[in-house]
Write a protein that binds this ligand. Structure first.
Ligand code: GLC
Length: 450
């Protein structure tokens, strides 16, 4: 089984390579996406490390002068009509040496430091020249990764809690998650926007798998609101209707500091390395203080505008497990939530965890991020289990992911009851992470003793 899966995964990464970057999938997502590039690099490192670095580099070549890394870097060779919302809708002005309309103005979770560290770790398997290349790439990336963290922890600390706020659901990477429903209810849905700007996702995907028109009108309205001041974050709360602290986004922010601590140590920057570790601790503390609900005993998204926690139980609430300094009470809370019938770790269902609470009345087996299983968040959860010494459960989850992808293909996401593949069929991060799940059983360096 593993040779077959390995070869099919490697083939997906071959098919989806475009000049200097990987597309998530040819038809649905014909540009470069930020956190996709991170997940992709982790797996691409096994079969083509040069391309793994190239993908990360081309993404960071599009970094804005303020440090933000755009959630999409547009491929100028792709027609405007092939993706909505496309380059001219975002209307990003020229920056650095890049032409106008080159990217979006929002971000995605900063997983790239984790990815860079993982690609570096795998270099030794490819020989000395590859290690040397990896070292050079880390040197190039390090200051850029630091600038990304600085942007997110200063300009995006919208609530003053020491956490990064997202200003659009798409910034979470968990685009249509019920985590945003409460905060989105305050965002006006101007349905006329959908006649001005036609959705393109419905031409290439089944409507029952995609967000509703009402949600889409809100998504478009939020982009227009952020775009109105050229994506400035100054005084954003007074003029922008969506600002949320997401547990998954902020856990990745913390994990990035831990990866930066390792990268800084390799680059001989010992003092910097300590600072990154301190920052990871501070972020962990802020997540616990602001996003933990002692009654539900799990983490929830917080609406910065109202100070309230979302009532929804989503997979994002499990992600703080990635942080080694998470206190025992929260570790136990997450494990109980993950094992409960809401998420059911694989010994219950044989499947990886779904994106949303299986027991919720609006659990949806088709619509993306509102029920289906995604490999990327399960990969992060497995990492969390390893970090907290839960090796048996980590192994069950690994086996469940491998089984799911082997049986059903490299789909974007999967039906949470029967495992059927949904969304885009040859999806890059599913393939890349399948390679990693087949190849790597090691435990992250900063794991707690199991
Ligand atoms: C969808 C996902 C997002 C991903 C993008 C490209 O929008 O929700 O996380 O980055 O597709 O794959």
């Amino acid at each position: 089984m593993s040779a077959e899966l390995w070869n099919s995964a490697a083939r997906v990464l071959e098919i989806n390579w475009q000049d200097d970057h990987m597309v998530p999938s040819r038809r649905l997502y014909p540009h470069q996406w930020s956190w996709d590039a991170a997940f992709i690099a982790v797996g691409l490192a096994y079969v083509n490390p040069t391309r793994a670095w190239r993908d990360l580099r081309s993404l960071f070549e599009a970094q804005w002068p303020d440090g933000r890394v755009p959630h999409i870097v547009f491929d100028p060779a792709t027609a405007e009509a092939d993706y909505f919302p496309g380059p001219s809708f975002w209307g990003v002005p020229a920056y650095a040496n890049r032409p106008p309309n080159g990217s979006t103005g929002i971000v995605q979770p900063p997983l790239h430091a984790v990815a860079a560290w993982e690609v570096y770790r795998r270099a030794s398997a490819h020989g000395a020249a590859c290690v040397q290349q990896a070292y050079g790439e880390l040197e190039w990336l390090y200051p850029r990764l630091v600038a990304q963290q600085e942007y997110l922890t200063t300009r995006r600390d919208l609530g003053g809690a020491g956490l990064a706020g997202i200003v659009h659901p798409w910034e979470s990477g968990l685009d249509n998650s019920p985590s945003w429903d409460a905060a989105m209810a305050n965002v006006p849905a101007d349905m006329t926007l959908l006649s001005t700007f036609r959705r393109r996702d419905l031409d290439v995907a089944d409507a029952s798998h995609r967000p509703t028109d009402r949600d889409y009108a809100r998504y478009v309205g939020l982009v227009l609101s952020y775009r109105a001041e050229e994506y400035s974050d100054t005084d954003l709360l007074s003029r922008h209707m969506f600002a949320v602290e997401c547990p998954s986004f902020n856990s990745i922010l913390g994990a990035a500091e831990l990866a930066l601590a390792q990268i800084a140590a390799v680059l001989g920057l010992a003092a910097e390395s300590d600072k990154h570790r301190d920052r990871a601790q501070r972020i962990t503390g802020a997540i616990v203080k602001h996003l933990w609900n002692p009654e539900t005993r799990t983490f929830h998204a917080r609406d910065v505008r109202t100070g309230t926690l979302s009532p929804a139980h989503c997979v994002s609430g499990l992600m703080p497990l990635m942080l080694p300094d998470l206190p025992a009470e929260q570790v136990e809370g997450i494990l109980a939530e993950a094992r409960s019938e809401r998420f059911g770790l694989p010994d219950e269902t044989g499947l990886p965890v779904p994106s949303y609470d299986r027991t919720a009345p609006d659990f949806d087996t088709q619509r993306y991020w509102r029920g289906p299983v995604w490999i990327n968040v399960n990969w992060l959860l497995r990492r969390g289990l390893l970090i907290h010494g839960r090796r048996d459960e980590a192994e069950d989850l690994r086996a469940a992911m491998v089984r799911l992808v082997h049986r059903n293909g490299h789909f974007e996401y999967f039906h949470p009851k029967n495992g059927e593949g949904l969304g885009a069929p040859t999806f890059s991060w599913t393939a890349a992470l399948a390679l990693d799940l087949l190849a790597d059983r090691s435990v992250p360096a900063y794991a707690k003793a199991g």
